[in-house]
Write a protein that binds this ligand. Structure first.
Ligand code: DX5
Ligand code: ZN
Length: 227
């Protein structure tokens, strides 16, 4: 199981997004784009026009994380313009099967996210409809928050459910992932790691990605779930 690193541009300089994307292009696997609507979360970031512009400049595939209400209305469009992954929130979506299928039909990988307080059982029946499960390790809305340890048992549980369902769903963590916490995430079962402040808050974002990857790979090599 390969470790993948997805730097979050939420912690980058929004006025220089093309440069910030280029800064991690050689070492990261994805570029994580946090779309917030000030309704599902108490913060507002960017939307489809900015994603379309970024697609013209970024060489990494875009991992769009939609923290918005009514994702059924917006999610397929992100896939249609060229985002390689589109993740919607289980707490926000009313027609998950239809929406996830629309994302896949438009050519993207379909992701489903759950907040720290949402039981993983709520999405068990949807595993066959998704390519990635995102377990939030902070309450969504802001970068630079403290990692929530209470999600670790849920990560183990999710990894177990994925293994029993066939094992092809990626398991992503997002929030407070840094050099202190990434090993615990990898040990518990995560294989895709979003990091905002740990990457863009570093003097050398590309080197920060490499360091995080190395830590995650080492922890994965010793993890029971990966054997
Ligand atoms: C938070 C966002 C994250 C955020 C993570 O709601 O979904 O992607 O950028 O930032 P850090 O890594 O700083 O916690
Ligand atoms: Zn995110």
């Amino acid at each position: 199981m390969a470790v993948q690193i997805s730097p979050s541009i939420l912690s980058a300089d929004f006025a220089r997004l093309a440069d910030e994307a280029a800064a991690v292009a050689a070492t990261a696997d994805w570029l994580h784009v946090d779309v917030m609507d000030n309704h599902f979360v108490p913060n507002l970031t960017l939307g489809l026009p900015v994603v379309e512009s970024l697609l013209k400049h970024a060489t990494l595939p875009l991992d769009c994380h939609l923290m918005i209400e009514e994702p059924e209305r917006w999610a397929p469009a992100y896939a249609e313009v060229g985002a390689r992954n589109v993740t919607i929130h289980a707490e926000a979506v009313r027609a998950p099967v239809r929406t996830l299928r629309a994302i896949r039909a438009a050519g993207a990988r379909a992701g489903l996210a759950v907040n720290p307080g949402t039981p993983v059982e709520h999405v068990t029946d949807l595993l066959s409809e998704i390519d990635m499960l995102l377990l939030m390790t902070v309450e969504p809305g802001f970068g630079g928050q403290h990692f929530l340890d209470i999600v670790l048992p849920k990560l183990r549980q999710a990894r177990d459910l994925i293994a029993r369902s066939g094992g092809s769903v990626w398991l992503q963590v997002d929030g407070g992932v840094d050099e202190e916490t990434i090993e615990r995430c990898a040990e518990a079962g995560a294989d895709v790691f979003v990091a905002g402040s740990a990457v863009y808050g570093a003097d050398d974002p590309a080197a920060a990605v490499q360091a995080l990857r190395q830590q995650a790979e080492q922890a994965t090599a010793h993890a029971l779930w990966a054997r």
